[in-house]
Design a binder for this molecule. Sequence first.
Ligand code: PEP
Ligand code: MG
Length: 906
Amino acid sequence: MRDLPDQTSVQKFVYDFTEGNKDLKDLLGGKGANLAEMTNLGLPVPPGFTITTEACQVYLDSGDEPAALRSEVSAHLEALEQRMGKKLGEPADPLLVSVRSGAKFSMPGMMDTVLNIGLSDASVTGLAQQAGDERFAWDSYRRLIQMFGRTVLGVDGELFEEALEEAKETKGVTVDTDLGAADLKQLVKRFKKIVKAEAGRDFPQDPREQMDLAIKAVFASWNGDRARLYRRQERIPNDLGTAVNVCSMVFGNLGPDSGTGVAFTRDPASGQQGVYGDYLQNAQGEDVVAGIRNTVPLAELEKIDKASYDLLMRIMETLENHYLDLCDIEFTIERGKLWMLQTRVGKRTAGAAFRIATQLVDQGLINEAEALMRVNGAQLAQLMFPRFDEDAPVELLGRGIAASPGAAVGKAVFDSYTAVKWSRSGEKVILIRRETNPDDLDGMIAAEGILTSRGGKTSHAAVVARGMGKTCVCGAEELEVDTKRRRMTVGGTVVEEGDLVSIDGSTGKVYLGEVPVVPSPVVEYFEGRMHAGADDADELVAAVHRIMAYADRVRRLRVRANADNAEDALRARRFGAQGIGLCRTEHMFLGERREMVERLILADHDEERAEALEKLLPLQKKDFIELLEAMDGLPVTVRLLDPPLHEFLPDITELSVRVALAEARKDHNENDLRLLQAVHRLHEQNPMLGLRGVRLGLVIPGLFAMQVRAIAEAAAARKDAKGDPRAEIMIPLVGTVQELEIVRDEAEAVIAEVEAATGTSLKLALGTMIELPRAALTAAQIAEAAEFFSFGTNDLTQTVWGFSRDDVEASFFTAYLEKGIFGVSPFETIDQDGVGSLVRSAVAAGRATRPGLKLGVCGEHGGDPESVHFFHEVGLDYVSCSPFRIPVARLEAGRAAIESRGSDSR
Ligand code: PEP
Ligand code: MG
């Protein structure tokens, strides 16, 4: 008899909290994995179990939950009931549970959660008796109907909110805690009527039915609009699914000795160690996150309930030492007993990420390699944004909580719809709300910054903005936000929709009008204007310095700059560039030199052409001398002219009109006529695929020779001046080795001439761009004639996909992104499967022909974090990117090196 194959072993869909651990995030989601981890650490976690993401995947694929799920849930529920000594929804003493979503990656507020499952008309009195608190029981019941109605039965949440407001108005009170048991009992009736009318069914009284429906609703919420949008934004794959945590309820709304809170082991905005968080007495978790009532700082808990506070502090220390990172925590105190409801490695601002990473190294908790992996290029890029000029005259409107740093200026808008509409038409907007909720996500994405008048550091606005790296000020209570009239009032000042406001997410300050900005200290540091050890350098600059130094020590990839003038080259060098990977010489033919190029194009015979080239030669030579001087001792790759010639000629329509008008006036302009003829001659339907790059060099006699001569003479002049020029000559848009061979022969002859004339040996490397599929496919042949390859991934992406670079992003990429055809534009992050596979094979083929072949990339992808990891992995020697992105590329090259070592050796 054969052994049964593995697949037939029964798949397990439900795990008790005692069975999991923090490394099972794929299966149990982040929340479930960490609840299990805390349970196993012996921390006070209410017992419960987790339904796996695999069960959700089955539900998403088939529209129904796996057949085995029900009986597995029954077995785990029974075990839970035994442990708790009560049964789900039992009238006399009901066990109540929460049903919470929890995916692998945190998606705050984007999916559903239902609390107090198990309450019914029958068990609400039992709960009241057990708790000795009738008000509490009815409050819990109304919350269940409200949450269940909204998330499971799809009833408009506003209807419940309105009914609650009305109940408060009738009673003449302003906060819900002032509603008594009798009021809440009435409200429950009202809520049940709303459910019946809107959902067409009664609120289910069977506790198990409540639980099963809630589990399905959580599964389904994975595909809700908000969740999908959030995933697209955060690049979270669509097929992961969510786990569902069923957890015995503990209550923070049992009176003043109960409450609920959120805490961080360090300040997520600054990284400072200390007690950070918010606490809300006599409340359930959603009250804190939604910012509905104002919380008190966590430190106050010491006065309210010292024993719980002390225990919480000990637990926070245990968690930091266990997770070796900043943790965020949700907890509840039920009549003086502390319960941990959630923990995870917390989100933090970019600045805090750098500071925390180095603090943890100093505490001996992690090593430098791990510290490098705790930060990323996107965070570094954020730190390089400018800040508000504190010395500028400003009109301070008010101050809120500095929830997510940055300096944002924009027009005030008071709803998400307007934020999206205005930003689509190119306006910069600040989204101002009393508080945000998940429905505001679109507007938050569209806005430069978010400002709210209510809620703390853990409110929805703060958490989501931090996750997105968006500037946010929240809880600015002096601002009276009137969304209906689209304005806010502060003291006597009224800010109308469209008025400019500036918000500072690092200080929490809100200004009227546009405040000027100054460079970030991190940029000042890279520029060499601030030294990491200097008195005025803050902890952040010191942390960035340490991590950058480490990244530089471990990275294999070198980082060069795309720069075509001395100023950019010098900046790039200050930012750590190890050479120039792409000097686009067409940028040297602009301004007044354009006319000379025009003459070159219009030349009828050799002499005229030679004359035009002769005029350009000294100018080009001067350019290259300056560039080589700025990059003395480092390689400078100069690319010969690439763009189609019509780019140097006047626009065809404008010129035609000018000629026609002149003709009508009988004003005959010979030059314009010649120009128009040339423009017609050179007009192309697809200029990007036309006469450009090496093709130009082959058909315009003398053009490339002039450029090569200028480079060679410049190098000779630099040598003469005792410099160390390292120019490299690069041929663009090569499709076949024959093109390269012809240009190469011509270039070598020119170089030899200059060497002979100057008596200097120049050793100029000659190489090519690989930016056409054919070049990549015939890399083995091309390497015979090239000393280096530089992958032009902009053109390679264009030609591999058949996407016109200048057209597609605006015309249909949004639709493609929305449909999930790709998660990010392939012009931004390299398409590894398509374009990347050509790069990979060309690397192998090129090196097989010429083992010492130098390989780099100079397309935009050279500065993109994810792409840098790919280029490291395929074995390039360097990436080249715009000067401002160099620090990001250095950092990511270091991270790529650590990553490829594998996590064991970190
Ligand atoms: C490229 O195609 O990737 C490249 C760097 O050249 P350009 O963007 O100038 O075409
Ligand atoms: Mg190109």
